[in-house]
Design a protein around this ligand. Sequence first.
Ligand code: NAD
Length: 483
Amino acid sequence: MPTAYRNYVDGEWIESRAGETFEVRNPADTGDIVGEFQASTSADTDAAVEAAVGAQTEWATTPGPERGNVLAETARILEEQRDELTETLAREEGKTLDEAGGEVQRAIDIFCYYAEKARDLGGTVKSPSGTDTELYTKREPLGTVALITPWNYPIAIPAWKLAPALAAGNTAVLKPASAAPTVARKLLGALDDAGLPDGVANYVTGSGSEVGGTLASHEDIDGVSFTGSTAVGTGVAQAAADDLTRVQCEMGGKNPTVVMPSADVAEAVDIVGAGAFGVTGQACTACSRAIVHEDVYDEFVAGIVDYAASIEIGPGLENPDMGPHVTQSELESTLEYVDIATEDGANLETGGRQPEGRAYEDGHYVEPAVVSGVTSDMRIAQEEVFGPVLAVLKVDSFEAGVDVANDVEYGLSASIVTQDLSEAHRFTEEIESGVAKVNEKTTGLELHVPFGGYKQSSTDTYREQGDAGLDFFTSTKTVYMNY
Ligand code: NAD
């Protein structure tokens, strides 16, 4: 019998009122059921919001250091469960053990970071114009927030929303993605074990439109923090905006790495390969376009084809180089994009097929693909694939490289590989992207600096992570004190 997981509402583990459940299966072995989850309804979601609203005043008035202690204890419990969490993450989402372990560590670090921030929410003191007065600002929690998260970082993203929300004194309802809700469930378990008061954080699983849609338009929700696709995020932003609810949507990407002639080509191949094929290409910051100067184009293509072809594919739990896609539909979407690329005239250099053999029959595997000869007008150069498919485009100058890099509707992460200092600086100035990197892969983020996108990658209202992560979850009050 698979484990049956329940919602977490008002400090209780409860079933959906409708009594329906859905299964989550291991993407490396679809016969393996990871767990059964509640197919919750709007009524279940309303109950979670009601619990969060009921707990809000007491949590907001709990001293910041005490709130921080709960977060620090949560980090300690997660640390204790690190191996189990890592295995669960690999089993439900398909990441390799190394990738899953890195993500679990990120969740622990995020809780440690915001545990400290809870005692340091800040505020400013200014000189007033009158005498016998004080003029200062203070930060107050927003209230009750909805957190809607994707499957691709199923513990890190819930952590980087929940930790700042709770540190600042908000209460929250988390709706995880249905493809990988288990590690988020365990995160809520850690918060419960750490002594989080009932109702402060709630967890409701179920369909995006039913649970997520109810949260996005709920009149008692004061802020909606969403991460996911641009299509869904746009609807969430519109639903929230209807009653002027604060909203933050972090969405898709079509991230470029520009490779210039001064680059060490072997190094460029490693940077692009790691960015494109790490976590099976299922990162919002994954490199999906290599924009390569003509002087090093052939050498780069030969190198990246070798890189992709040497990647060992297998079940995440066996810690190969690359695990499977999370679901059959994600796999089909990747295969379809490979077909679209070749139909549009690009050359499939390697990969892009399901690997053959008994070992791969029960999982959503795909060989990492390199398509060369891509031009910016092709769909493979414009649309987010969200799989291990790298499009290689040729340019004849730095200016053309930046133009092509910017010639998409997204702007999440971008990098350049160059030894030319002037190009490095110009790139960081001219690239239309929330993250700009020099001689680094597009993936991989520090947790103590802001993260977010430009253009269709983000509502660009607030940033996540670092100090900026608290901005979304707080309101600023200006106090005029005439004593
Ligand atoms: P998705 O948009 O399909 O789903 C995201 C979440 O929204 C899920 O919990 C889903 O159930 C929920 N949802 C679905 N329909 C909804 C609706 N009508 N109303 C409210 N909520 C709804 O995304 P996904 O497939 O889970 O994740 C992959 C996407 O996430 C990619 O586009 C990727 O680029 C993006 N992503 C962005 C970032 C970032 O920080 N920019 C990070 C990770 C992933």
